[in-house]
Design a protein around this ligand. Structure first.
Ligand code: KIV
Ligand code: ZN
Length: 513
């Protein structure tokens, strides 16, 4: 075991997806998995295979196509979960089953309704079963942050004996305080007799805004795996943010004495991809990936940075991927240049898909002078999304004039039949959505509408996310265009198409064992 390396376990696709409203399609998860592979994270938790057929397919697709990272599936400590996880991971180059059971008195008594002895028994049985199916098994003590230390030591020793090679100590409800959490890790690692046979991991939630601080404190105490998510996405207030963990370790190597294998220049593209797909915007003052993270407003600071960058910057913007979005292609670029640039971005298209994307590229190049990598990513989103286009935007005519009610005429193809409707609204986007609803009559509730400029400048494409809810089911639709009303219509229609297809997803911690 390498004592100085901290393994980065990304759970954006599992815990991150547990953020209310952050559900992703299989194709979106695959795109994020590819971005995580480019980041060179050590482990990608691809999902919770038993949760739904959609989750199973996503874990399987990621396991079948990602080569460089370990692919992991979550499972409760029950046979059916473990078997399903193993099935989804069968094609992985390197797979891991992550099994968990709650260990705090409150969870054992009220959720599991099991005495501690039976919890240990179930954990051991689960780890043994997982080890028979997969060489790499991680065991988590759910709600470890509120568990008794003696019980933690007991169950961890038993799990290691049963074959777990990573032991995860989650602060499931974000209750820990850094020095106390570090002490818990230190105590466990010194008291568990077979601790040297496992890597100790932490998984911190951000309910008190301490997820990153607690994770780093645990690293100083000996933890050598950190579970985290891009942009800190995750259940409730989220998980520890990967970009903050990785950059703190890199920037303060002098103090922490550890390193990660993450290619930090790929952080910003990954952050943007996750934000675009989930529709969770990144706040401007967010560390590392916020728009202002490297912006210097005060004259004194600007002067200092111009004279010597390190006066006010502890890391360079380039080192996390800012200002590296190459000017890719222009109006005169040909199909081969287009295809090979996409391939450099990890997007492989051929046949009809390539033709369709190339036509859209030419249309975009007519409207937008400079085309960046982010534009290409957004451009191919439709092509990469396998959702069937039951509903397609044929034509949109919007008028908006100061002092008058905006008006939208929408023509849609619905299962091959063209239909149109006209509506007014409080703004052009509102009028467009109302006109679409007049045709479709979905009766879904709009829960979120967000627009992000993909690149800089007023000719940038707007990337819109629309979140719709109906009967407890939530979908996120995306659309991009230089015209944000068109992007909005595309996103709304994408959400309606997903709604027609989507599958219900179970929640790992809510489900009893
Ligand atoms: O927060 C948590 O406890 C979890 C476990 C399933 C690892 O997400
Ligand atoms: Zn969690």
């Amino acid at each position: 075991m390498n004592q100085d390396r901290v393994f980065i376990f990304d759970t954006t696709l599992r815990d991150g997806e547990q953020s209310p409203g952050a559900s992703m399609t299989k194709d979106e998860k695959l795109r994020i998995a590819r971005a995580l592979e480019k980041l060179q994270v050590d482990v990608i938790e691809a999902g919770f295979a038993i949760a739904s057929p959609g989750d199973f397919e996503a874990v399987k697709a990621i396991a079948d196509s990602i080569q460089d990272s370990i692919i992991c599936s979550l499972s409760r400590a029950v046979d059916a979960d473990i078997d399903r996880a193993a099935e989804a991971l069968a094609g992985a180059n390197a797979g891991r089953i992550h099994t968990f059971i709650a260990t705090s008195p409150i969870h054992m008594q009220h959720k599991l309704r099991l005495p501690p002895d039976q919890v240990v028994e179930q954990a051991v049985r689960a780890v043994k079963r997982a080890r028979n199916l997969c060489a790499d098994v991680e065991f988590s003590c759910e709600d470890a942050g509120r568990s008794e230390i003696d019980f933690l030591c007991r169950i961890i020793e038993a799990a290691i004996d049963a074959g777990a090679r990573t032991i995860n100590i989650p602060d499931t409800v974000g209750y820990a305080i850094p020095h106390q959490f570090a002490d818990t890790i230190r105590q466990i690692m010194s008291r568990v007799p077979n601790a040297d046979k496992a890597v100790f991991s932490v998984h911190c939630h951000n309910d008190l805004g301490l997820a990153v601080a607690n994770s780093l404190a645990a690293v100083t105490a000996g933890a050598r795996q950190v579970e985290c998510t891009i942009n800190g996405l995750g259940e409730r207030a989220g998980n520890a943010a990967l970009e903050e963990i990785v950059m703190a370790i890199k920037t303060r190597q002098d103090l922490l004495g550890v390193y990660t294998g993450v290619v930090t220049e790929n952080i910003l593209p990954a952050s943007r991809l996750v934000s675009g797909i989930t529709g969770f915007p990144v706040q401007p003052n967010k560390a590392i990936v916020g728009a202002n993270a490297f912006a210097h407003e005060s004259g004194i600071h600007q002067d200092g940075v111009l004279k010597h960058r390190e006066t006010y910057e502890i890391m360079s913007a380039q080192s996390v991927g800012w200002h590296t979005n190459k000017l890719s292609l222009g109006k005169l670029s040909g199909r081969n240049a287009f295809r090979s640039r996409l391939e450099e971005l990890g997007i492989v298209l051929s046949g009809e898909d390539l033709n369709a994307a190339f036509v859209r590229f030419k249309q975009l190049a007519d409207r937008k002078h400079e085309i960046f990598d982010e534009d290409l990513q957004a451009l191919v989103t439709d092509t990469l999304t396998e959702v069937v286009e039951h509903i397609r935007l044929v034509h949109l005519d919007v008028s908006s004039c100061m002092g008058e009610v905006p008006n939208a005429l929408v023509q849609l193809s619905v299962d091959g039949v063209e239909q149109e409707a006209r509506s007014g609204g409080s703004g052009p986007v509102d009028a467009t959505f109302k006109a679409i609803e007049q045709v479709i009559g979905s009766n879904a509730t709009l829960q979120l509408y967000s627009v992000n400029a993909i690149t800089e400048g007023t000719d940038s494409q707007g990337e819109v996310t629309v979140r719709l809810e109906k009967s407890g089911r939530i979908v996120n639709g995306n659309g991009a265009d230089t015209d944000i009303v068109v992007a909005s219509a595309k996103a709304y229609i994408n959400a309606l198409n997903l709604m027609r297809e989507g599958a219900y997803r179970a929640h790992p911690q809510a489900a009893g064992v």
